[in-house]
Design a protein around this ligand. Sequence first.
Ligand code: NAD
Ligand code: ZN
Length: 363
Amino acid sequence: RELTVDLGERSYPIYIGHGILAQAGELFVKHGIGKGSPLLIVTDEHVAKRHLSKVSDTLEKTGYSTVSYTVAAGERSKSLRVLEEVVTAALQAGLDRKSTVIALGGGVVGDLAGFVAASYMRGIRFVQIPTTILAHDSSVGGKVAVNHPLAKNIIGAFHQPEMVLYDTSTLQTLPDREVRAGLAEMVKHGLIWDAEFTTWLEENAQKLVSLDAAALEHGLYQGCKVKSIVVSQDEKENGLRAILNLGHTIGHALEAVAQYNELLHGEAISIGMMGSAKLAVKLGYSEHIYTATKRILQAFGLPTRLPAHLDTDAIMSAMMHDKKFSEGNMVFIVPTAIGKVEINKNVSAAWVRDVVDELKQEA
Ligand code: NAD
Ligand code: ZN
């Protein structure tokens, strides 16, 4: 399966398929990645153990010279310190302006390696090889970043990859909890854009959770498609692209208050999407939005209740520090029907606080 992210001269393909990494060499050649300069593969320890040799072997066999750098698994590797380490590795390996960085891993590696590529020698090329379900979201769209201790994703750039190579066979080694969390972003893509896809997701939840190959390929294809349509229309988030933040205002706050170790990103987003659905009902939209959202998330075994020990004040103040906050009102992505959302700039903080408290009582 193939998709194109349409961005004029920065357009690029997304290849999705079981076992397509075997064709990585050919695809690199096809997309004009030269053999004269070394390629740097950035990955993390969990992915290196399972999938690194597959990637480096096929590329070496095609005549590329590769080096790899493996970071610790987890969000903490999205830091300036690790960025410097990767750049050191790039310099030692002799990467030049014509070199390409390969991000082999989940969203953490994609964001980190992408930002290395965006900043090394003022920008070199990069290729995304996502290995988590969540990364169907993060590998498309060109947002790359590392974190600052005071704020997530605050040091970053827009830097589009040359291509995305999604080998669904790599997903078979993902832990179950990561599978479900990644599927939360797939549900998000349905909820913001495509009612039919959302229905399909609910009907195929069991297949997706158990990593059925055909279901995964279809779900990832549709999810990437929604993401690329939205990004094509608003690459730098001047408007429409904000809809991709459904569930993220509350979700990011929960991740932060839970100190990035209790809730996975997708789990926090799941609770956040429940919050948006509750807000929708408060704003006068159909109660069906709330019941359907909850039913779908539960079909994936995703959390719908906010852990009661997370302090409401702390959650509210974390939201105030979020980037999506303007002039006293909170900006929220609110579903107006299943498959449709609006960007609502007038959500009062008091309503959001009520929603947070109500989410703690959720069944
Ligand atoms: P992750 O990269 O930390 O991967 C999750 C875990 O799975 C890690 O422990 C990793 O080592 C392991 N793993 C990865 N692939 C594996 C495989 N095939 N088999 C076994 N284990 C594997 O996290 P993630 O959920 O993929 O991504 C989360 C990050 O993505 C966050 O930092 C978030 O901010 C970012 N993100 C970015 C965007 C964007 O547009 N740039 C969008 C959404 C999320
Ligand atoms: Zn997200």
